[in-house]
Write a protein that binds this ligand. Structure first.
Ligand SMILES: CC(C)(COP(=O)(O)OP(=O)(O)OC[C@H]1O[C@@H](n2cnc3c(N)ncnc32)[C@H](O)[C@@H]1OP(=O)(O)O)[C@@H](O)C(=O)NCCC(=O)NCCS
Length: 240
């Protein structure tokens, strides 16, 4: 190769790589957006008068699944709490909705704040009117998770109806992965970074303290705290 040609290539190689890289990512981005748009059109079912608002950074992976909104609106990654300003932000904390053979059913007005993840495989997730799920909360369903009306999830709450892996002990054979549905009643308040595990039912007006791990069902109007969560107050009331 001639000296002049080599010089020309070395001069333009860097900028050409940058332009090529940018173009590649632009095409990939548009391609992803187009696929998301197509799968959303197929998967979202809005009843008459119901709406859905989706922050553009939201990531969807919907495989043979449906998002059904009735009697209200679903907002994904749009609202954020007064104290959330600098913590969870849709520009860096995308909401992610991953569903395979599953249904997300919204009945009424529901808001998922930035960074909320809903992951459902062969499962149904139901969220009812007036419920707000704060930034960074995760709902991981392999069966059935129902969340009642006017519930408030603080930041980083985790609700999972499955253990994710099989387990065995010295005295017991390997058992199947634990999967049992979860039901959260109306007007429950789940404190920051609390967890609700498989097979539990929270009756109406339950408060779960920050960092608690709920492994057993909780009767109405009780406040539970700790790991595992125990009742520390009865007949409690809370307001937003
Ligand atoms: C649930 C909560 C509001 C209860 O507050 P409270 O009624 O004032 O509770 P108290 O301070 O009277 O505590 C009662 C007892 O429970 C214990 N306790 C309180 N919160 C606890 C927690 N998160 N984990 C374990 N124990 C807890 C206290 O140490 C106290 O124990 P003691 O009786 O041995 O002294 C509070 O514990 C909490 O979790 N606050 C954070 C809520 C949150 O995440 N907000 C985010 C905005 S949505």
């Amino acid at each position: 190769m001639g000296k002049a040609r080599k010089k020309l290539i070395s001069k333009y190689y860097g900028p050409a790589q940058i332009i090529y890289g940018r173009l590649f990512y632009l095409v990939k981005h548009l391609h992803n957006k187009w696929h998301t748009y197509k799968s959303l059109r197929r998967s979202i079912q809005l009843d008459e008068g119901s709406t859905i608002g989706i922050h553009h950074s939201t990531m969807f992976n919907l495989n043979n699944s449906k998002i059904i909104v009735r009697n209200g609106s679903l907002k994904i990654g749009i609202d954020f709490g007064y104290f959330d300003g600098g913590v969870y932000d849709s520009r860096k904390d995308n909401c992610r909705i991953y569903m395979v053979n599953s249904t997300l059913e919204i009945d009424g007005n529901v808001s998922l704040f930035p960074g909320v993840v809903i992951s459902a495989i062969n499962a149904k997730v139901t969220i009812k009117d007036g419920t707000i799920i704060n930034g960074g909360s995760h709902i991981i369903a392999l069966k059935d998770i129902e969340i009642g009306q006017n519930c408030l999830f603080a930041q980083g709450v985790m609700v999972r109806d499955n253990d994710g892996h099989k387990l065995s002990t010295e005295i017991s054979e390997e058992v199947n992965m634990g999967i049992e549905g979860i039901r959260i009643g109306n007007h429950c308040w789940l404190g920051q970074k609390s967890m609700v595990l498989k097979g539990t039912e929270l009756k109406d007006n339950v408060i779960v303290a920050a960092g608690a791990v709920v492994t057993k069902s909780v009767a109405a109007n009780n406040l539970v705290a700790g790991i595992p969560a125990k009742v520390i107050k009865e007949n409690v009331k809370w307001s937003a």
